[in-house]
Design a protein around this ligand. Structure first.
Ligand code: FMN
Length: 204
């Protein structure tokens, strides 16, 4: 179980601000959809964290009209966190992420939803920029998960069509580019870890 304060601090670190790595002059085009499983004080369900006001407007127009967009009472005022759907999504998250248990058994998983056709139609070359932004988010998530006493794993194996169907996306205005999951680590005794560098040579 991830405590609420750490969860909010982690999410806050993903919002664009005047500081590294977000001070690169790029407009954010990726927004987060969270599958919350085990966060203290939060109902399990589907949540949205738009990373710009323009993005929030577009998401509200594009995602399923059945979503509640209910503000989360306890969340810090600067955090645009909304409950879309109150439901245990563990099974759905697992199936959507190539049946990987890590997407269901942790604190939360997420999908990085990129503004797609509106960005790429006038400038197809910005496809690479979307992946660069997804990579920055992945890096921040790895670090923040660790700082929250948890661990994170990027999820490159997911079924984007299933994700889009759950979200009620009927066109290509948004595209899920990359998934991620955060939870308490379990050591896998089958995997051997070796030191990254050889021990210092005593003769040198
Ligand atoms: C883009 C990306 C996608 C990944 N997709 C998955 C995945 O679908 N399932 C999984 O278990 N791990 C996934 N991983 C995690 C890797 O398997 C691996 O654990 C991680 O890169 C750390 O590797 P290392 O411990 O060898 O440094 C992904 C990592 C990255 C960067």
């Amino acid at each position: 179980m991830l405590d609420q304060t750490r969860f909010y601090r982690l999410l806050d670190a993903l919002l664009p601000r005047a500081g590294a790595p977000w001070d690169d002059g790029c407009t954010p085009h990726i927004h987060l959809v969270l599958f919350v499983h085990r966060v203290e004080g939060l109902a399990p369900g589907l949540y949205a964290l738009p990373r710009s006001t323009a993005g929030e407007r577009q998401l509200r127009a594009a995602l399923s009209s059945s979503f509640t967009w209910a503000g989360v009472d306890d969340a810090p005022a600067q955090l645009p966190l909304y409950l879309l759907l109150r439901q245990d999504l563990a099974g759905i998250a697992r199936m959507m992420n190539c049946r990987q248990a890590i997407a269901a058994d942790g604190a939360f998983a997420l999908a990085m939803l990129a503004e797609f056709e509106p960005v790429l139609r006038p400038a197809p070359w910005r496809y690479r920029d979307l992946y660069r932004e997804a990579g920055q988010l992945g890096q921040a998530l790895y670090l923040e998960a660790e700082a929250a006493g948890m661990r994170g794993t990027g999820i490159g194996c997911f079924i984007d069509d299933d994700c889009h169907t759950l979200l009620g996306l009927a066109d290509r205005s948004f595209q899920s580019l990359y998934h991620f999951t955060v939870g308490a680590p379990l050591m896998d005794a089958r995997i051997v870890s070796l030191p990254p560098y050889p021990p210092p040579d005593a003769n040198q």
